[in-house]
Design a protein around this ligand. Sequence first.
Ligand SMILES: Nc1ncnc2c1ncn2[C@@H]1O[C@H](COP(=O)(O)OP(=O)(O)O)[C@@H](O)[C@H]1O
Ligand SMILES: [Mg+2]
Length: 215
Amino acid sequence: MAGTFITFEGPDGAGKTSVLAALMPKLQAHLAKPVRLTREPGGAKLSEAIRELILDPANTEMDARTEALLYAASRRQHLAEVIRPALEAGEVVICDRFVDSSVAYQGAGRQIGEDAVLAMNQFATEGLTPVRTLYLDVPSQVGLARIEAHRQDRQYDRLDRESIAFHQRVRGAYLRLAEREPERIVTIDATKPLAQVVSDCLGTLHTVLSASWLA
Ligand SMILES: Nc1ncnc2c1ncn2[C@@H]1O[C@H](COP(=O)(O)OP(=O)(O)O)[C@@H](O)[C@H]1O
Ligand SMILES: [Mg+2]
């Protein structure tokens, strides 16, 4: 495909959304082609409806594999409606979370198996894999403390209610993924101040997009 697919990953509170908000205008200034920021469920109507089912605290009966299948279904529709057309049009597409999140949260967090979740997502994505993934790494306590400190802007959802052990399993899975796929996954130390993390991410993106980078 003509475009470039890049994802940002990391535990809750790592700073993905903050970094991307600061990064996008800087990145666009360096590139002549359009850069699109998206996040699951990506504004796709079906994806959003599925996401509401997943996050609704009332759905206490949800089975872990049901949850994993719903995430994959939501992802599939976002990919079909948003990501793939943008890549076909030659855009740089940056997605806040993708398959690695499911491997980490459902595979390891919910303990239904990282490889099984990956295989099921490969069906959903037809193997579409980001050319580079920036993994924003923070210890679980740091991420959770950041979220708690800013709790007033955010409601609790089903996943927020998980234990510290759940979040530690999630981070462990991310670290294993990064070790397993060092060419794709770049680990960024996200405990640093936001401006430094933004600058580190921009440096990594420069290496991926150097062919179309304006001075
Ligand atoms: N590098 C950083 N240092 C300190 N606080 C940060 C940093 N990055 C983000 N934050 C704060 O942490 C909280 C979670 O950040 P957010 O961008 O929503 O993370 P994510 O999207 O990865 O869950 C926000 O309140 C944000 O202001
Ligand atoms: Mg976020």
